[in-house]
Design a binder for this molecule. Structure first.
Ligand code: THU
Length: 135
């Protein structure tokens, strides 16, 4: 991916983390999504007093893109306050798979802003058949 787009995605994912609403877990997450037209959408995790209703940063960002009418995800960046690299949860991987293709990239960003990329395929190798029917 273009170097400047990649650093812009990282910047937006880290910025989004700042608006995380996570009073219960105190675990801040920010995400950004690059769609096929070159637009970046971002989101943070938003928790609730009814704990199970928390929405992850990744899904928040993806739903912003979907609401804007975008249907193709080129890359997703995820940032946390961890020194290691947080990877998307299973539910988010399923949601990413709805709009991903075999080139979709996942950019993992640690608290220091250090990043590494993994292919979406490598972390979600066998999407359910239902997803395949839609493509
Ligand atoms: N969370 C995310 O936003 N993304 C992830 O990839 C992992 C978990 C959120 C959900 C919850 O608000 C908090 O982090 C603790 O699990």
């Amino acid at each position: 991916m273009d170097k400047h787009l990649r650093s812009e995605m990282i910047r937006q994912a880290m910025d989004a983390k700042e608006t995380s609403y996570s009073p219960y877990s105190k675990f801040r997450v920010g995400a950004s999504v690059l769609t096929s037209d070159g637009t970046i959408y971002s989101g943070c995790n938003v928790e609730n007093a009814s704990y199970g209703l928390a929405i992850c940063a990744e899904r928040n960002a993806i739903f912003q893109a979907a609401f804007a009418g975008k249907r193709k995800i080129v890359a997703v960046a995820v940032s946390s306050d961890e020194r290691g690299f947080l990877t998307p949860c299973g539910a988010c991987r399923q949601v990413i798979s709805e709009f991903a293709d075999d080139k979709t990239e996942i950019i993992l960003v640690n608290t220091a802003g250090k990043s590494k990329s993994v292919s979406f395929q490598s972390i979600f190798p066998t999407p359910p058949a239902l997803n395949k029917l839609k493509k």
